[in-house]
Ligand binder design. Structure first.
Ligand SMILES: NC(=O)c1ccc[n+]([C@@H]2O[C@H](COP(=O)([O-])OP(=O)(O)OC[C@H]3O[C@@H](n4cnc5c(N)ncnc54)[C@H](O)[C@@H]3O)[C@@H](O)[C@H]2O)c1
Length: 262
């Protein structure tokens, strides 16, 4: 059955670009009234207008700014806590500032979003919250210590929130994408050598598109997932199952951005 979100109100944070924008577009296409929340400088209202949504400017790291944004919205059925970033630096060169900025956005910002979502949903005793985790919630990918710690922390919020909000019939789930093509990962996608090595360990032999994550989020946000809470859904082409290296030159070749059997 196709995912139907008619009559639902939805907020997506960090939705002016990349995965967040794809999620906002997907939820709107499924019938939801969508609010695109992003930093004022990213012009969320303008971007929202292009996908039939509304925009709201706020900084998720600033509790007051985020609280103000929620206060002008109607009661929400769906909240997607997506805003996040990754700053690449070896462990010993990860400055206090890089650490603090990453935790403030990926973990504290997500925490504020979940708290405000719960307050919006509790009076109606229903709702669906989807958190943006990552394969890095589990993996120690080098040069991403702050990012990996923040995304592991997202699972702590996931499990606790699912536990506490279940009695209000508010479901809380997470998606864990692998490498997805956005501006955040453009440098990797511009480097064929990096992709070849990375995707050697991905059973489907390629990276993902934001729309492929968005469809998983729409499912978890919908009634199709009515008995699912506290769950994580990998959207990674099998990466977490592919530790031993799926692809080799003996049987396959790498072309531009994907492996293919010969
Ligand atoms: N791209 C990937 O491969 C990948 C993989 C796994 C998880 N993720 C996660 O997906 C999410 C989106 O990543 P993306 O690749 O689309 O990145 P992106 O940079 O394209 O988009 C991030 C969005 O968040 C917004 N944002 C940043 N700081 C904000 C703040 N303080 N308040 C409100 N909005 C803010 C940005 O303006 C932007 O619109 C992140 O949480 C990221 O960690 C991405």
């Amino acid at each position: 059955m196709p995912v139907n979100l008619n009559g639902k109100s939805a907020l997506v944070t960090g939705a002016a670009h990349g995965i967040g924008l794809a999620i906002a577009r997907e939820l709107a296409a499924r019938g939801a009234s969508v609010w695109v929340l992003d930093l004022e400088r990213e012009r969320p209202a303008e971007i929202a207008a292009t996908i039939g949504a509304a925009g709201v400017a706020a900084d998720v790291t600033d509790r007051e700014s985020l609280g103000q944004a929620f206060s002008v919205l109607p009661a929400l059925d769906i909240v997607v806590a997506n805003a996040g970033t990754a700053i690449v630096a070896p462990l010993e060169e990860t400055t206090a500032s890089v650490w603090d900025r990453t935790i403030a956005l990926n973990l504290s910002g997500l925490f504020h979003t979940v708290q405000l979502a719960a307050a919006s949903m509790k009076p109606r005793r229903s709702g669906a919250i989807v958190l943006m985790a990552s394969t890095n919630s589990y993996d120690g990918e080098p040069h991403l210590s702050a990012y990996n710690a923040s995304k592991a922390g997202v699972l702590g919020i996931l499990h606790t929130a699912a536990n506490e909000l279940g009695p209000w019939q508010i479901r809380v789930n997470a998606v864990n994408p692998g490498l997805i093509r956005t501006r955040l990962t453009q440098a990797a996608f511009d480097n064929e050598g990096v992709l070849k090595d990375y995707f050697r360990h991905v059973p489907l032999g390629r990276g993902g598109q934001p729309e492929e994550v968005a469809r998983a989020v729409a499912f978890l946000a919908s009634e199709e997932a009515s008995f699912i809470t506290g769950a994580t859904l990998l959207v990674d082409g099998g990466q977490m199952a592919g530790k031993f290296g799926t692809w080799s030159e003996e049987t396959a070749s790498f072309q531009t951005d994907h492996w293919r059997l010969r």
